[in-house]
Design a protein around this ligand. Structure first.
Ligand SMILES: Cc1cc2nc3c(=O)[nH]c(=O)nc-3n(C[C@H](O)[C@H](O)[C@H](O)COP(=O)(O)OP(=O)(O)OC[C@H]3O[C@@H](n4cnc5c(N)ncnc54)[C@H](O)[C@@H]3O)c2cc1C
Length: 467
């Protein structure tokens, strides 16, 4: 095998594998280096996919236990956690193998090992098993090394008692009591899983609200719904210390009144954010600069300070989301091929896969206020949506924000059934620069949840029909 490539991608997650495939499609001889045993990165191995699998399975378990309320008698429903985990692992294996197949199909050369820059066009690959080093050469290099969980000062993950999201995806028994540090989307998704499976879940959040950055009205409604589901919130509280007692943990919490208390639980999930993964790369030595927040510094074309080296995905600024990383993968491949790759950062949806789901795109009301932008609001509750009522899933609402003068849609925030699927309609509309009137005049099938989006658009001009 020749060790000279037109492009080498370091990291085989959503940014890296998508970029590698697109580069190959564009006729560029490409290799991708991945240090993990399987392709797909955080997303497929320890992120999006295993968490969505467990969310789905735990929801089925919870619903099955409550079917008798709907007139369906099922008898004694029992949890087999081992089987549930095997099911989750099977989904991960199928999908990661699928990426390997796509590499073969698209003629991307795949190297297993840790990639590190020797110079601006030489990369060393260290094979952890054989301890062998291979040097390859590249015209262009794309760094896609992703991110890893942050812990609190002096607190180490043992992934059994004090866990990151990775450990929380693989617990071998249902904790009686679980404490989650941080009220962001990853913590809340994992908290929902374990709460449905039987844990008493507590969330400690430093701020006075959960899901920072989300439209506040939606965030308030979300917390209310999660509380109703049994999750307990401790806002404006700070975790000062976590003691690992080997079969339990003691968490020292300081609340807003300055009162300290010790909380004993079986498992603590520390979910306070993620940091870009720039270790092992030798960046500084070859002149690539890092921003204060540890992301790699790039220009608008994703180029680092060394112009033939690019960076994309979680390792650069912006929301740490798989689909954002994928968009950047395609854009940078097209730029390398001399085309005009581009990412529209104003239209990147964000979804929380709880029940109900929460989905957002564009500006929040708080951002519009901060920007002094004049806006109109349309809202529609799922209580008034016939499909949601028919299937007993009528919590939540759609909120649409549009420009007061031009009526252009600026942001849409949904909490409700299948919100994560419905937000795609709004993404397409926003990409085409739609107004709320455009959405209001588009025929939506009946009875569907998406009629709530049409009604929210109608409500922008106070002409919703069903509320
Ligand atoms: C629990 C959880 C749930 C999530 N759920 C969602 C979700 O529902 N939707 C969503 O959009 N996002 C979700 N995310 C975030 C999503 O996983 C990331 O945004 C996405 O994976 C980023 O892609 P990436 O390619 O930039 O990085 P990664 O997926 O982290 O991939 C980087 C890869 O590079 C490899 N690597 C690192 N250093 C080297 C090196 N020196 N040499 C070779 N390889 C290296 C790593 O092993 C890794 O496989 C979730 C994350 C977590 C943790």
């Amino acid at each position: 095998m020749s060790n000279k490539f037109q492009a080498v991608v370091i990291g085989g997650g959503p940014a890296g594998y998508v970029c590698s495939i697109r580069l190959s499609q564009l006729g560029i001889k490409t290799a991708c280096i991945e240090s993990r045993d399987t392709l797909g990165g955080t997303c497929l191995n320890i992120g999006c996919i295993p968490s969505k699998s467990l969310l789905h399975l735990s929801e089925n378990f919870f619903n099955a236990k409550n079917l008798s309320n709907l007139g369906i008698e099922t008898g004694d429903i029992k949890l087999n956690l081992d089987k549930m985990m095997k099911n989750k692992n099977k989904a991960v294996t199928i999908l990661t193998k699928g990426v390997e197949f796509l590499f073969k199909k698209n003629k991307v050369t795949y190297f297993k090992g840790v990639g590190s820059l020797k110079s601006s066009n030489k990369i060393s690959i260290h094979d952890k098993q054989t301890k062998k080093e291979t040097i390859i050469e590249a015209g262009k290099i794309v760094i896609c090394t992703g991110s890893e969980p942050i812990s609190l000062p002096k607190i180490n993950f043992d992934e059994k008692i004090i866990v990151s999201s990775t450990g929380a995806l693989s617990l071998n028994s249902v904790p009686k009591k679980m404490l989650i540090v941080g009220g962001g989307y990853i913590g809340l998704e994992m908290g929902t899983v374990w709460s449905r499976l039987g844990s008493e879940v507590h969330v400690v959040e430093f701020l006075d609200h959960i899901t920072p950055g989300m439209d506040r009205e939606i965030s308030k409604e979300f917390m209310k719904i999660l509380e109703k589901q049994g999750i307990k919130f401790h806002l404006e509280s700070k975790v000062e210390k976590i003691k690992n007692n080997n079969n339990s943990a003691t968490v020292s919490i300081l609340n807003k009144e300055g009162k300290k208390s010790d909380f004993k639980c079986d498992v603590v999930l520390v979910s306070v954010g993620r940091k870009p993964n720039t270790k092992n790369l030798n960046l500084e030595k070859i002149g690539i600069k890092i921003n204060k927040n540890m992301t790699i510094k790039i220009n608008k074309n994703f180029q680092t300070d060394v112009k033939n080296i690019y960076a994309i995905g979680d390792v650069i600024e912006g929301p740490m989301l798989a689909h954002k990383a994928e968009e950047e993968g395609i854009a940078v491949a097209e730029l390398i091929a001399g085309q005009s790759g581009h990412v529209n950062y104003d239209v990147i949806p964000g979804v929380i896969y709880t029940s109900p789901e929460v989905a957002s795109i564009g500006k929040t009301e708080e951002q519009l206020k901060k920007d002094n932008k004049k806006y109109k609001i349309g809202k529609f509750p799922f209580m008034a949506n016939s499909r949601a009522k028919a299937i007993n899933e009528a919590e939540g609402f759609v909120k649409m924000l549009s420009d007061q003068e031009t009526d252009k849609v600026l942001g849409v925030h949904i909490i409700g059934p299948h919100a994560g699927e419905m937000i795609a309609e709004v993404a397409v509309a926003m990409e085409f620069g739609a107004s709320s009137e455009d959405i209001a005049r588009t025929c939506h099938a009946h009875p569907t949840f998406s009629e709530a989006i049409k009604e929210a658009a109608l409500s922008v001009d106070k002409r919703a029909i069903h509320s």
